[in-house]
Design a protein around this ligand. Sequence first.
Ligand SMILES: NC(=O)c1ccc[n+]([C@@H]2O[C@H](COP(=O)([O-])OP(=O)(O)OC[C@H]3O[C@@H](n4cnc5c(N)ncnc54)[C@H](OP(=O)(O)O)[C@@H]3O)[C@@H](O)[C@H]2O)c1
Length: 313
Amino acid sequence: MSDTDGLRYTKIPLNNGSDEIPALGFGTLIPDPIATKEAVKISLEAGFRQFDCAERYRNEEQVGEAMRAVLEEGKVKRKDVFVGTKLWNTNHRPERVKPAFEASLRRLQLDYVDLYCIHTPFAFKPGDEQDPRDENGKVIYDSATTLTDTWKALESLVDEGRCKAIGLSNVSLGQLKEVFEIARLKPAVLQVESQPYLPEWELLDYCKRNGVVMQAFAALGHGMEPKLIDDPVITAIAKRVNKTPAQVLLAWAVQRGTAPLTTSTSTRYIKENFDIATLPDEAMKEISQGIDTRVRLNSVVETGIPGFIPRGT
Ligand SMILES: NC(=O)c1ccc[n+]([C@@H]2O[C@H](COP(=O)([O-])OP(=O)(O)OC[C@H]3O[C@@H](n4cnc5c(N)ncnc54)[C@H](OP(=O)(O)O)[C@@H]3O)[C@@H](O)[C@H]2O)c1
């Protein structure tokens, strides 16, 4: 295994026919706005060229400021950075999609995004309150809007040219197929939790057969228990190949054809997470076939309610 192999620069073609997504992505779900700015700057400097954002993270403005600062220094060009953001549940009504998208662009200080995804398949009561609740504290859903209605509104954004590709997040295989069937512009990306305890082989197989890139969040296990980075299969491989458990997990994710997302506010971790290298075939097999633990860490997929979110400034 070599430190100078090209795994960290892997790009996966998108089904829009013209673009590629850098496989290794940096996620911006960081609660503190100052830490967000710093982490985005450090990750760009460390080499990350794919960024995952969301209106729900309430920090697109800080992500935008950090990117602008690095781009203005001239070391990185906008065309070399792949930026994706996501439509929140309260904006699923077709007439709310374009204003929500434009607000994200404004906050990010960008003329276009490379990817716009529907954050979850759950439509919440439309409005400015991102977490609408009834008097009993229960989320208020919006049964008047379907996922396919929202999808069609996203297609119009691509037609208008300020969004290069569109995708889905936290949907089931059935929902992905449903959108795929009616779509004039097919989903380019599916963003779901996926890691060795939740490999989602069936979803990945469908994605590969249909030209959809599977973006894998919680690639390092969200920092939650049971700790993936302490898994004995992972730590043994890490020792053998002289890499850290995080680097082993990220290499596995890229080599199996997904685009993993990680997040950190630590300079050391950010640099470490970009410094991946190709795993030998037997290590890939050990992770794919030798780990029996099965755990979903993030329940957003069941309710549309996120596991953890910045509380705002
Ligand atoms: N679509 C969705 O619903 C959804 C849901 C969740 C996340 N996401 C996206 O996915 C991104 C990734 O978030 P995630 O939580 O899934 O990432 P993750 O990388 O699985 O977990 C982040 C945790 O791992 C720790 N960590 C990072 N690098 C490490 C390393 N090298 N060694 C040891 N620990 C390390 C971090 O610690 P420190 O903080 O101490 O660095 C943090 O506690 C998010 O930012 C967001 O963009 C999307």
